[in-house]
Design a protein around this ligand. Structure first.
Ligand SMILES: Cc1cn([C@H]2C[C@H](O)[C@@H](COP(=O)(O)OP(=O)(O)O[C@H]3O[C@@H](C)C(=O)[C@@H](O)[C@H]3O)O2)c(=O)[nH]c1=O
Length: 188
């Protein structure tokens, strides 16, 4: 019996992953990644870099991708709550330009898999959130790309937060989806 429940989304290749949580008098235990099970479910990896970030409420990181060394990302939240989004940037995909989102929290322990050929971002809904993820390729600042978080052509329905949305300087400069081409994602 597998320890994970892989829930497909409306976009092929994007999964919500629900772990089995074993609670007892001490607290709980869960596996967060198991190569064989993930590979059998369509998440082959291998993962070569793990990242962690902490952000305050209203922080929006995204929407990011790397043109070369494109990363698949297996993401989760270890404290707090975020709304996490994947945007399909694969020109040959039937869902090109579509988005899918999920609430990830320390409490619900869900994971989200964003494959290669996607833009990814998240909005912090709790006072603080710590976010951790595994990537299938290395960080390559020379090939960073982005899409503006509020692009009306994508139309992501971000949940409301009772504060302003805070972006990095870099994230304030991204162009819209239709103002760029995604030729480098044709192979995905
Ligand atoms: C992403 C990354 C950043 N850094 C450094 C560069 C910079 O000085 C500092 C902060 O970088 P950024 O502003 O790009 O961090 P951030 O905005 O958190 O970027 C991340 O956003 C989420 C949504 C993703 O999907 C990730 O792949 C990544 O793009 O950390 C690394 O050293 N390695 C990395 O892998």
């Amino acid at each position: 019996m597998g320890k994970f429940h892989f829930v497909p989304t409306e976009i092929e290749g994007v999964f919500i992953i629900e772990p089995s949580v074993f609670g007892d008098a001490r607290g709980y235990f869960m596996e967060t990644y198991q190569q064989e099970e993930f590979a059998a479910a369509g998440i082959p990896g291998p993962f070569v870099q793990d990242n962690q970030s902490k952000s305050t409420k209203g922080v929006l990181r995204g929407l990011h991708f790397q043109k070369e060394h494109t990363q698949g990302k297996l993401v989760r939240v270890v404290s707090g709550e975020v709304f996490d989004v994947a945007v399909d940037c694969r020109p040959k995909s039937k869902t090109f330009g579509k988005w899918v989102g999920v609430v990830l929290s320390a409490e619900n322990k869900k994971q989200f898999y964003i494959p290669q050929g996607f833009a990814h971002g998240f909005l912090v809904l709790s006072d603080e959130a710590e976010f951790t993820y595994k990537c299938t390729d290395y960080y390559d600042p020379t090939s960073e790309g982005g899409i503006r978080w509020d692009d009306p052509d994508i139309g992501i329905q971000w949940p409301a937060v009772d504060c302003e949305v805070k972006l990095s300087a870099k994230d304030g400069l991204h162009k819209g989806f239709r103002e760029q081409t995604f030729d480098y994602f044709e192979r995905w």
